[in-house]
Design a protein around this ligand. Structure first.
Ligand code: NAD
Ligand code: FE2
Length: 396
């Protein structure tokens, strides 16, 4: 029987529009939010892939003009870039933001929104949870990776490059107003990034489903996401131009985002944020490396939930053929098989060694991981020696 938590909240105020026509509605969506002069934020990878043309085209038929386009967001958002962009927003008298990109761009846009809404000049003044007290400028997000789910989350992860630390800003005010899921926006994503970002989405859904703050609504989103990812991940890695599979992945990562924005993530993210901060390993690669170990680490506490994941992950035949007691282990085995396949198809690293992470960084990573906020809602507490243990296991 499903036991309801004694108390929970589920919040997703983002309007989600999905499909090939979704982008055409961009000007009218902005208009209905009272916006007239959007700042478009993106990065070189996205603009060089020719995707900004779709945005410009969407405005051609409308009265609205784009006030400015900035395409120099670096990989992993940084405080300095956010502050520079806030200056560009103000100088161009912008009143809204359209973020076109992966998590780096989206989180940068959220950071810029904090600074311009608060009429400040430095994002560092707002670090931490619930530091923001008023509604933000309209933000519309068009994700171009199917990974972070940042288009529906209350979180922005931004690097302080001076200290090699990734910082999390969280507030319901950070939620975008609209998320546009258009299959054309991910067709150009190379196989390696497709694989890595998909494993980020998978990790959001899995950690959401096994976390302490799970609830029936986050579960529904997480289970739907796991199924869509499992059914489409290999297709999009092998055949990046498959629009149907791309749209399914965009929906999956968005659903996984809605799940974890409410239930939070766990140790896989703590370890991954630390690995990203210390060794600059892309977020999705870190997720894929740590996911099986994160499940094993929590197995003694939430084995049943891990076993339930087998159904959306492997399908009803395998689920039915696996005895209940063996389902948790089988879930981990299927995830390992998936990682092997992603290694074969796209050279996605499975181990820290394959990702060229040197063991002499373990102490720093472990120290940072135990101080990362993500582990608060993890079923098993993460202590320094545990983090070192996970790192050693994940090495080769
Ligand atoms: N806010 C959240 O809720 C949340 C959740 C998870 C991760 N994150 C953060 O998101 C960041 C990672 O985001 P990401 O994994 O989406 O990667 P990313 O945004 O860093 O993009 C990776 C690369 O792919 C390129 N790219 C993106 N879309 C493309 C496309 N359609 N075609 C061709 N190239 C394309 C980019 O130019 C970039 O070089 C990290 O900083 C991570 O910490 C945030
Ligand atoms: Fe993530």
């Amino acid at each position: 029987m499903l036991l309801l938590p004694s108390y929970y909240e589920f919040h997703n105020p983002v309007r989600i529009i999905s499909g090939k026509k979704a982008l055409d509605n961009l000007p009218s969506e902005l208009e209905s939010l009272g916006a007239k002069r959007p700042l478009v934020i993106t990065d070189k990878g996205v603009s060089n892939a020719g995707l900004i043309k779709f945005i410009i085209d969407a405005f051609k038929e409308s009265e609205m003009t784009i006030a400015a386009i900035f395409d120099e967001v670096p990989p992993d958002s940084s405080i300095k870039v956010v502050n520079t962009l806030a200056g560009i927003f103000t100088a161009n008298r912008c009143d809204s933001i359209v973020a076109v990109g992966g998590g780096s761009v989206i989180d940068t846009a959220k950071g810029v929104n904090i600074v311009v809404t608060e009429k400040s000049d430095d994002l560092m003044k707002f670090i931490g949870a619930e530091m923001l007290k008023k509604p933000m400028k309209p933000l519309i997000v068009i994700p171009t990776t199917s990974g972070t789910g940042s288009e529906v989350t209350c979180v922005a992860v931004i690097s302080d490059t001076d200290r090699d630390v990734k910082m999390a800003f969280s507030s319901n005010h950070l939620m975008p107003k609209v998320a546009v899921l258009d299959p054309r926006m991910t067709l150009t994503l190379p196989p390696h990034i497709t694989a890595a970002t998909a494993m980020d989405a998978m990790t959001h859904a899995v950690e959401s489903y096994i976390g302490l703050q799970k609830n029936p609504f986050s579960d529904i989103h997480a289970m739907a996401a796991i199924r869509m990812i499992a059914e489409n991940i290999i297709t999009v890695v092998k055949d990046g131009k498959n629009e149907q599979a791309r749209l399914a992945m965009a929906n999956a990562s968005c659903a996984a985002g809605a799940a974890f924005s409410n239930s939070m993530v766990g140790v896989v993210h703590s370890m991954g944020h630390a690995l990203g901060g210390v060794c600059h390993i892309p977020h999705g690669v870190a997720m894929s490396i740590f996911l099986p170990y994160g499940l094993e680490y929590n197995m003694h506490k939430v084995g049943d939930a891990i076993g339930e994941i087998l159904l959306p992950l492997a399908g009803s035949e395998i689920y039915a053929a696996t005895p209940v007691a063996e389902r948790p282990e089988k879930t981990v085995a299927v995830i390992r098989e998936l990682r092997d396949e992603l290694y074969n198809q796209a050279k996605l690293p499975r181990t820290l060694k394959e990702a060229n992470v040197s063991p002499d960084k373990f102490e720093k990573i472990a120290q940072m991981a135990i101080n990362d906020g993500s582990a608060i809602f993890n079923p098993e507490e993460l202590e320094y020696e545990d983090a070192i243990g996970v790192l050693k296991k994940a090495y080769e």
